[in-house]
Design a binder for this molecule. Structure first.
Ligand SMILES: Nc1ncnc2c1ncn2[C@@H]1O[C@H](COP(=O)(O)OP(=O)(O)O)[C@@H](O)[C@H]1O
Ligand SMILES: [Mg+2]
Length: 1021
C-alpha cells in the first residue's frame, strides 16, 4: 500500500491490474461497467476458485465459503505484514495491515466496519483481524496478557451473546464495537468494547430450530455436578421451558461441554473472580428456574403460582425475598398519589412480568459482563494511544414479517450508510481540493432523508413511537400506526396500506408500514412495537431486585434510582442515542469497510446462490458504494509512481525521464493519445476517469513488457557472451605473454652463451701465439682438428716431400716436424693405410658406439691368427694364398645361443667360419646384406645374411674382442663401409628364413650373455 503517498486510503490497484485476467477482477472499481450483472458475475467467478475476497477500492467484499480455507495461517500473515502489497491478492489481512500501517505512519485513529447478514461471516472476520494483530504486532509478556484478554473476551461474549439461529449456529445477537488501543510503537496495549441492543427476547422465546443463548446449554450440559446441585439444576436441557421452545436443544455442530470449559477458563483470564463467577452462574440458573415458574388462574381469572420450588430457587439465587417475589410476579403495584394499590394479574400478565424479569436480569448481566471485560482490558497508562475499532454489527435484515428489532437494525444500517457517504465524500472532496482539481458533484443517492424520517426530533418515527408509549390512555400499536400516517403522510419513503396507491396497497397489510430504505423496501408489522419499545419491568419487581443479595444483580440495577418517578428512556431512544454516540466515535476516525456476503442459505461449501447474493449486494448497498467510489475518477496515482510503471511506453520517457515527473506523465499520456476529458492532472497525481483508459495503457504495458524482456534478455546474453570472450582473450594473452617470456629468456641465455663462446674464440685467437692456457686451449684444439681434417683430404703423395704438406698452424709445426723427422730417420715409409683405416673407423663409429674412444689408441694389426695347421687343402690354400685377415671370435648358436669359439678368415670374396681347422661356413660378401653392432660397450657383431632357403643358416651372431679392427678391415676388403649399422636397443636377427629373434642390449653390474626367457639373446654390459 502506498501509505505515505495515498494517505493509506486507497488499496493498491496495480496488483489488481495484472491479475485481472486471471480470475475475475480483484477490484470492482476496475469493472468496465457498473451493472449488478457484471458485479455478480465477477463475484461468482472468483468464488468458484475459492477467492472469497474482492475489493471495492478500500472496501473488502467477503463471501462466506462455509469451508476452511488454507489462507489464515501464520505464513500468510507474514506475507501481508508491513508489505507494500503491490502484487498481493485481496485478503482480510491486507486490510487489517493496511489500517495498522496507516495508523502508525499517520498517528491517527481507524475503524473497520464489518457488516452483513446473519451468518455472512462478520464475527469470523473480526476474529481473524484480532488474531492478525495478536500475531503480527510486537509483543512482550505484559502485552501478551492484554492480548490474551482481548482474545478471550470473545468466547465469553459469544457464550452470553450468541445463539444458534436458523441462519447461523453461532449468531451474534448483539452489536459489538471493540477498540484496540495501540501505543506509539504499535503494541496492542488495551481494549474497550461497546455493545448494542442485545436480543433479549431470545431469553424467553425462541423460534423453531433456534436456541437460547449458548451459556444456558453450556451450564446444563457441561456444569460440574456440585455446581449444578448448588444451583438446583438438572443435567438436562429438556427440563427447562426457556431452552426447549425451538426443539433443538442439542445440535451436532455445537459441543456445549467443551465450550463450557473454554468459557470457564476465559472467565478466569478476564479477571472474573470465583465469587462473581458463582453469582454469574446463579443468575443464569435463576433465569432457567424463572422459565419453569408456572401460573394457574383462580376463579376470578387472577394468576396464582403453581410451583413453589422453582420460585424458591429463584429467590435463593437472586438473593431476594420469596414472598415479595411471588407478589411481584402476580400483582401490580399501582401508585395513586399517596396510596399504593396491588392489582392482581391475569395469567398473561403474570407471564409477561416473569419474562420481563428474566430478560431484564439477563440483559443487565450481559452489560455488566462487558463492563468487566473492559475493566480487565483497560490500559491505565495515560500516554496517548491510537485505536483501531472493530465494528461487528448486524446488516440489513429483511424477513417475511419484520418487527421492532428489524426496524432498529435497519435504522442502524441506514445510519452507517450515511456515515459511509459522509466519510467517503469528505475524503474524495478533500483529495480533489488538495490536488487542485475541480470538484464534480457525484451522482448517488443520499439516504439522509431516510435517517431523518426515522430519527428526527419530534417528527421522526422514533419520536412518534415514544410519544405513543408515554401517552396516557389506550395507546396501542395501531394507534401508533395512525399517528405515523398523520405525520408522514406524504413522505416519499414512507408508505402504509392507507397511504398507498392501488397497486402498492395489494402488497401491504393493514397493520403494516413500509420504509423505502436506501437498500430497498422493507415492510414492518407494527404489532409489539409499543411493548418492545417500553421494555417495562414492573415497578414492584424492580424495587425488589434492587435489594438483591446477588452482588451482580444489585450492581446492575443500582444505577436505576428506585425512587425516581421518571420513566426510563425507551429502547428505541436508547438505541438512537447509542448510535449517535457511535457515529461520533466513528466520524473522528478513518474508515475501512468489510462487507460480508452469505453464499447460500444451507451453509454448504461451493454453492453460490445467485438470487441470495444479489439480494445481499443490494441490501448492503454495494452497488451504491461502487458508484460513489467510481463517481469521479476511477484511478489516481502519484506522478512518479505512474511514470515509473508506464515509462517504457513512450520513447521520450524511456529509459529515463530527466525532468519533473508531472511533465513526464503529460508527455507520456499525450504519446498514448489520452483525450482531455479522460484524465486530469492534479498537483501530485494523475486522475484517470475510466478504467478502460487505464486498461488500454496496462495492456500496452504488458505487451511492451514482453518485448522489453526479450530485448533485455538479448542484451544480457550479448553482454554475457562478450564477457566470456573477453575472459578467454585475456587468458590467451596471458599464456602468450608467459610463452614469449620463456622464449625470450631462452633466447637471452642462448645469446649470452654465444657471446661467451665468441668472446672465448676471439680471446683464443688473440692469445694463439702464447703457451697453452685456459684462454686459448679450446681455440688451439679447434685449429688442430681443423688442420688434421683438411690434411686428411690432401695428404701428400710422398711422405718425404715436405713441401707438398699443407702449412700447419703454429701449434702443429713442431709436431709435424717431429713426425717428419721420425719417418725420415727410420727410413721407413709410414704405412698410411693404417692411418686411413683409423680414419675410416672413426667415420663409422665416432660418436655412435660407446667403446670407440678406447679403441683409438690401439694400433691395428695385419692379422690375428698367426698360422693354421689343417689337413683340409682348401683351408690351407685359403690361408696361405687368399687370406686377407683372420681373427678368433665367439660364435653364438642360432638355436640356444650357446657360445662357440671359432676363427674367422676374410678373403677377397668371402668370410669363412673355421672350427678346429675345418671350414664350417662360407659367407659370400655378396650375400652379406648388413652388419649390425650396438651403440654400447659390448663387442657383439651381427652379420645379416641373405637367406632365401630355410635350410640355409641364418644370421651370424659373434663376439669379437677387436671389433673395430675386424669391422674396419672387413669394410675395406669387402667394400662394405655403408653396410655397418650402429643400432640402439636391440638388433633384429633372422635365425633361419622367416624365423626372427633379436639381440637385446642392456647395462648391468656384471657383463653377461645369455638366452633370455623371451627367446632373445640378452647382452648385459
Ligand atoms: N472466512 C471464513 N472461512 C470459513 N468459514 C467461515 C468464514 N466466515 C464464516 N464462516 C462460517 O460461517 C459461519 C458464520 O459466520 P459468523 O462470522 O458467525 O457469521 P455472522 O457473524 O456474520 O453472523 C461460521 O461459523 C463459519 O462456519
Ligand atoms: Mg456474528
Amino acid at each position: 500500500i502506498e501509505a505515505g503517498e495515498e494517505g493509506g486510503r486507497r488499496l493498491d490497484m496495480e496488483g489488481a491490474l495484472t491479475a485481472r485476467d486471471r480470475v475475475g477482477i480483484q477490484d470492482f472499481v476496475l469493472l468496465d461497467e457498473t451493472t449488478e450483472a457484471a458485479f455478480l458475475s465477477n463475484l461468482k467467478k472468483r468464488f468458484s476458485k475459492d477467492l472469497i475476497y474482492t475489493y471495492i477500492g478500500t472496501l473488502l467484499v467477503s463471501v462466506n465459503p462455509y469451508k476452511e480455507l488454507d489462507i489464515y495461517n501464520k505464513k500468510q500473515m507474514e506475507v501481508y505484514m508491513g508489505v507494500n502489497f503491490f502484487e498481493l491478492p485481496p485478503h482480510i489481512y491486507a486490510l487489517a495491515d493496511n489500517a495498522y500501517q496507516t495508523m502508525l505512519t499517520e498517528y491517527n485513529n481507524h475503524f473497520i466496519l464489518i457488516s452483513g447478514e446473519s451468518g455472512a461471516g462478520k464475527t469470523e472476520a473480526s476474529k481473524k483481524i484480532l488474531q492478525y494483530y495478536a500475531v503480527t504486532c510486537p509483543s512482550t509478556t505484559l502485552l501478551n496478557t492484554v492480548r490474551d484478554k482481548m482474545l478471550m473476551s470473545n468466547p465469553v461474549l459469544e457464550a452470553f451473546g450468541n445463539a444458534k439461529t436458523l441462519k447461523n449456529d453461532n449468531s451474534s445477537r448483539f452489536g459489538k464495537y471493540m477498540d484496540i488501543q495501540f501505543d506509539s510503537q504499535g503494541d496492542a496495549v488495551g481494549g474497550h468494547i461497546l455493545n448494542y441492543l442485545l436480543e433479549k427476547s431470545r431469553v424467553v422465546h425462541q423460534n423453531h430450530g433456534e436456541r437460547n443463548f449458548h451459556i444456558f446449554y453450556q451450564l446444563v450440559e457441561g456444569g460440574e455436578d456440585d455446581l449444578l446441585h448448588e444451583l438446583g439444576l438438572e443435567k438436562d436441557a429438556q427440563h427447562y421451558n426457556y431452552l426447549t421452545q425451538g426443539e433443538c436443544a442439542i445440535v451436532s455442530s455445537i459441543n456445549d461441554r467443551n465450550d463450557w470449559k473454554t468459557v470457564k477458563n476465559a472467565l478466569q483470564i478476564i479477571n472474573i473472580d470465583e465469587i462473581n463467577t458463582n453469582h454469574l452462574f446463579g443468575i443464569v440458573a435463576s433465569v432457567l428456574h424463572l422459565g419453569n415458574v408456572q401460573f394457574d388462574s383462580d376463579s376470578k381469572g387472577h394468576a396464582l403460582l403453581n410451583n413453589n420450588t422453582e420460585l424458591r430457587w429463584v429467590s435463593n439465587l437472586l438473593g431476594v425475598d420469596a414472598q415479595s417475589l411471588q407478589e411481584g410476579l402476580t400483582y401490580r403495584k399501582i401508585e395513586a398519589r399517596t396510596d399504593q394499590v396491588l392489582s392482581p394479574f391475569t395469567i398473561d400478565h403474570a407471564i409477561y412480568a416473569r419474562d420481563a424479569l428474566a430478560k431484564a436480569i439477563y440483559g443487565q448481566t450481559f452489560t455488566w459482563l462487558v463492563n468487566r471485560i473492559n475493566e480487565s482490558m483497560e490500559n491505565k497508562d495515560p500516554s496517548r494511544k491510537t485505536v483501531i475499532g472493530l465494528l461487528d454489527i448486524y446488516g440489513f435484515e429483511v424477513f417475511y414479517v419484520n418487527s421492532f428489532e428489524q426496524f432498529c437494525i435497519n435504522y442502524c444500517n441506514e445510519k452507517l450508510q450515511q456515515l459511509f457517504i459522509q466519510l467517503t465524500l469528505k475524503a474524495e472532496q478533500e483529495e480533489y481540493e488538495a490536488e487542485d482539481i475541480e470538484w464534480e458533484p457525484v451522482q448517488f443517492f443520499n439516504n439522509k432523508i431516510i435517517c431523518d424520517l426515522v430519527e428526527e426530533r419530534h417528527r421522526g418515527i422514533i419520536s412518534i413511537l415514544d410519544e405513543e408509549c408515554l401517552r396516557p390512555g389506550d395507546a396501542t400499536d395501531l394507534t401508533f400506526l395512525e399517528r405515523l400516517e398523520d405525520k408522514m403522510g406524504n413522505h416519499p419513503h414512507f408508505v402504509t396500506h392507507k397511504l398507498a396507491d392501488k397497486m402498492t396497497r395489494k402488497t401491504l397489510e393493514r397493520g403494516d408500514f413500509r420504509l423505502l430504505h436506501y437498500a430497498g423496501e422493507v415492510t414492518y408489522c407494527v404489532v409489539g412495537f409499543l411493548d418492545k419499545n417500553n421494555d417495562l419491568l414492573y415497578r414492584n419487581i424492580k424495587d425488589l431486585i434492587c435489594q438483591s443479595k446477588n452482588a451482580i444483580v444489585r450492581e446492575c440495577f443500582a444505577t436505576v434510582d428506585p425512587d425516581s418517578r421518571r420513566r426510563p428512556e425507551t429502547v428505541a431512544t436508547q438505541f438512537k442515542s447509542s448510535l449517535l454516540k457511535l457515529t461520533e466515535i466513528l466520524m473522528a476516525k478513518e474508515a475501512w469497510y468489510i462487507r460480508c456476503l452469505k453464499s447460500n442459505e444451507s451453509k454448504q461449501p461451493g454453492q453460490f446462490d445467485e438470487a441470495l447474493i444479489r439480494h445481499q449486494v443490494k441490501y448492503l448497498g454495494l452497488m451504491e458504494h461502487l458508484r460513489v467510489r467510481r463517481a469521479g475518477f476511477a484511478y489516481r496515482r502519484k506522478y512518479d509512481v505512474f511514470l515509473k510503471r508506464y515509462k517504457p511506453l513512450c520513447p521520450a520517457t524511456w529509459p529515463h525521464w530527466r525532468g519533473v515527473p508531472a511533465d513526464g506523465v503529460e508527455v507520456l499520456v499525450q504519446h498514448l493519445g489520452y483525450l482531455p476529458y479522460e484524465y486530469k492532472m492534479g498537483r501530485t497525481k494523475i486522475f484517470i476517469r475510466h478504467p478502460r483508459t487505464l486498461y488500454a495503457t496496462e495492456d500496452a504495458y504488458e505487451k511492451c513488457k514482453h518485448e522489453l524482456a526479450t530485448r533485455l534478455q538479448a542484451k544480457y546474453k550479448g553482454y554475457r557472451a562478450k564477457g566470456e570472450f573477453r575472459k578467454q582473450k585475456e587468458a590467451a594473452t596471458k599464456i602468450e605473454t608467459c610463452w614469449r617470456g620463456v622464449q625470450a629468456r631462452k633466447e637471452r641465455e642462448k645469446r649470452a652463451w654465444a657471446v661467451k663462446v665468441i668472446k672465448k674464440f676471439i680471446k683464443g685467437y688473440m692469445t694463439r701465439g702464447q703457451a697453452k692456457c685456459t684462454d686459448n686451449s679450446e681455440y688451439l684444439a679447434f685449429v688442430r682438428q681443423n688442420y688434421l681434417n683438411r690434411l686428411k683430404n690432401t695428404l701428400p703423395k710422398t711422405v718425404l716431400d715436405k713441401t707438398t704438406w699443407q702449412s700447419p698452424p703454429a701449434v702443429l709445426t713442431e709436431f709435424l716436424l717431429c713426425l717428419f723427422c721420425l719417418v725420415r730417420h727410420q727410413n721407413y715409409c709410414v704405412n698410411f693405410t693404417t692411418f686411413q683405416l683409423k680414419l675410416l673407423t672413426s667415420s663409422i663409429f665416432k660418436g655412435k658406439k660407446e667403446s670407440y674412444p678406447q679403441s683409438v689408441a690401439q694400433p691395428f694389426v695385419d692379422t690375428r691368427i698367426k698360422e693354421i695347421t689343417s689337413n683340409q687343402t682348401q683351408l690351407t690354400v685359403l690361408y696361405s694364398v687368399f687370406l686377407q685377415y683372420s681373427i678368433p671370435v665367439i660364435k653364438y648358436d642360432r638355436k640356444g645361443f650357446k657360445p662357440r669359439p671359432r676363427q674367422l678368415i676374410l678373403t677377397q670374396t668371402a668370410a669363412y667360419v673355421i672350427e678346429e681347422a675345418k671350414i664350417k661356413q662360407r659367407v659370400l660378401y655378396t650375400s652379406l646384406k648388413g652388419i649390425s653392432v650396438s651403440n654400447l660397450t659390448d663387442s657383439i657383431i651381427v652379420f645379416h645374411i641373405t637367406c632365401e632357403d630355410p635350410k640355409q643358416k641364418g644370421d651370424l651372431v659373434m663376439q669379437c674382442d677387436h671389433l673395430f679392427e675386424f669391422l674396419t678391415k672387413l669394410c675395406v676388403i669387402a667394400n662394405k663401409q655403408n653396410a655397418v649399422k650402429v643400432v640402439q636397443g636391440s638388433i633384429k636377427i633372422e635365425i633361419q628364413a622367416g624365423k626372427e629373434s633379436a639381440v637385446d642390449f642392456t647395462t648391468g653390474q656384471e657383463p653377461m650373455v645369455y638366452k633370455a626367457k623371451n627367446g632373445h639373446l640378452m647382452v648385459v654390459r
